[in-house]
Design a protein around this ligand. Structure first.
Ligand code: CU
Length: 158
């Protein structure tokens, strides 16, 4: 048993620096919403995965595909679901935060060209600690969650 434990410890010791070298903050399953010709805006969605020992704050984003990029959330305003800009997206240590239609998203304003299914765009996220993550993300057809007043099925109107 003792040698087995030291074997595991040796493996952990060898693997840890590699994991560190590959970064500890990840973007998974990212995509941008396809647009109709002439549509000025779109959005990008993804899962943020913080495997580090510290809180990560995404404070800005950019892409060559849009002239202006903002971090957005959806919130209830006077009984209506509206989206609004937020200063940062917090990802606690060891946790994942999902950006999805109808929730948090990266808003793409003034597209430089229509986003077509099958194409890829480059998206960069910047964190408060000065790191940037850039990914090529696919363009996908997405149900537009932005115009729905979705009742989640829990309310019961008589
Ligand atoms: Cu938005």
């Amino acid at each position: 048993m003792k040698s087995f434990k030291s074997f595991i410890a040796a493996i952990a010791f060898m693997v840890a620096p590699l994991v560190h070298a590959h970064g500890e903050f990840f973007i998974h399953d990212a995509y941008a919403r396809a647009t109709a010709p002439g549509a000025p805006n779109s959005a990008a969605f993804m899962m943020l995965d913080n495997q580090s020992k510290m809180l990560k704050r995404v404070v800005s984003a950019s892409t060559p595909a849009a002239k202006r990029v903002e971090l957005h959330e959806h919130a209830m305003v006077d009984g209506m679901m509206e989206m609004r800009q937020i200063a940062q997206i917090l990802v606690p240590k060891g946790e994942q935060v999902t950006l999805k239609p109808g929730g948090l998203h990266v808003m793409l304003f003034d597209l430089t060209q229509p986003l077509k299914v099958g194409e890829h765009i480059s998206l960069t996220l910047n964190t408060a600690d000065g790191h940037s993550l850039t990914k090529q993300i696919p363009v996908k057809s997405v149900m537009d969650g932005m115009q729905h007043h979705n009742d989640e099925g829990n309310h019961h109107h008589e």
